[in-house]
Design a protein around this ligand. Structure first.
Ligand code: GLY
Length: 304
């Protein structure tokens, strides 16, 4: 038996430009989820159970972009996706296009454990959810007032919003020194697109696991699938590391970032930090179509 480790994310860190109250809420939620994971690890729960437990908690709270609080499609609906991977045996499960499943990460776990497949999507995934008896809710449950405002903003700016910061043209921003939220039709909106969540664990047996869950991008096309449910892109776990990504899914998919980090560690013999730096430099920056407009490419993912 060795030591254990855990990393939890609700996007790549807390944006210092967010209103202070929002930063505090994000820190508190992440701390609560981290402590939940730590207690589970101290009770010797396996890594795969811990990542599921922690991500479920993040999905249930509306603060981040997963489960309740998910980003909205161009039609104002929610289509959620998630994936989970157990480094032991490289078993995995993934789901996309969920509209009624309260905790997508647990359905991804069931795909891994109880189906003959690795990835189920849209109506097939919803059918499987019903067969498995997981908790289902109306799509309205996932939609927050804040996200309705964000969608309106995105449509008016004619853009799809990334996890992190809105490329606002002609709108007030919450940049340095601006603490008040933006108002739109009387609705206070922080200039903030909520972020994907994830958890990576190494348990006391040295087994790695990773889990990622998201609503995707605000104002995305219906049917759009991002990196989060794609094993090797948004999520990966093996015997050397676990990875959970956050950021612009299209760039992460092109770079197959999660698997690249593991591959660099396995085949190049690099340590974790060096592998991450290498992959960001070699695979992400060169793959980002938005790099001219967004300078946040170094914030694209977090892992353990
Ligand atoms: N990384 C989340 C997404 O692009 O959907």
């Amino acid at each position: 038996m060795g030591g254990w480790a855990i990393a939890v994310h609700g996007g790549a860190g807390v944006d210092p430009n967010l209103p202070p109250q929002r930063q505090e809420e994000a820190k508190q939620l992440l701390t609560r989820c981290l402590n939940l994971g730590i207690s589970a690890l101290r009770s010797n729960l396996p890594a795969i159970d811990v990542v599921e437990l922690v991500v479920r908690e993040l999905e249930t709270d509306p603060l981040f972009n997963s489960g309740r609080g998910s980003a909205l499609t161009e039609k104002g609906t929610v289509e959620m996706e998630a994936s989970i991977m157990d480094g032991k045996g490289r078993r995995c499960g993934a789901v996309s296009g969920l509209t009624t499943v309260k905790n997508p990460i647990s359905l991804a776990r069931l795909v891994m454990d109880k189906s003959p497949h690795s990835y189920l999507a849209f109506s097939g995934a919803e059918d499987f959810a019903r067969q498995q008896g997981v908790e289902l809710v109306d799509n309205e449950y996932f939609i927050t007032e804040e996200n309705k405002g964000m969608l309106k903003l995105a449509k008016e700016a004619n853009t799809i919003l990334f996890d992190y910061r809105i490329p606002l043209v002609g709108y007030e921003t919450c940049g340095a020194g601006v603490e008040s939220p933006l108002h739109m039709n009387g609705l206070p909106i922080s200039v903030y697109a909520p972020e994907t969540v994830g958890c990576v664990v190494v348990d006391s047996q040295g087994i790695c696991a990773a889990a990622t869950s998201t609503g995707g991008l605000m104002n995305k096309m219906t049917g759009r699938i991002g990196d989060s449910p794609l094993i090797g892109a948004g999520t990966y776990a093996c015997d050397v590391c676990g990875v959970s990504c956050t950021g612009e899914g299209e760039a992460i998919i092109r770079g197959t970032l999660a698997r690249e980090v593991a591959a660099v560690m396995e085949y190049k013999g690099l340590g974790l930090q060096d592998a991450v730096d290498f992959v960001i430099k070699e695979r992400l920056v060169s793959g980002s179509r938005e790099r001219e407009r967004h300078t946040q490419t170094d914030r694209h993912f977090l892992l353990s």
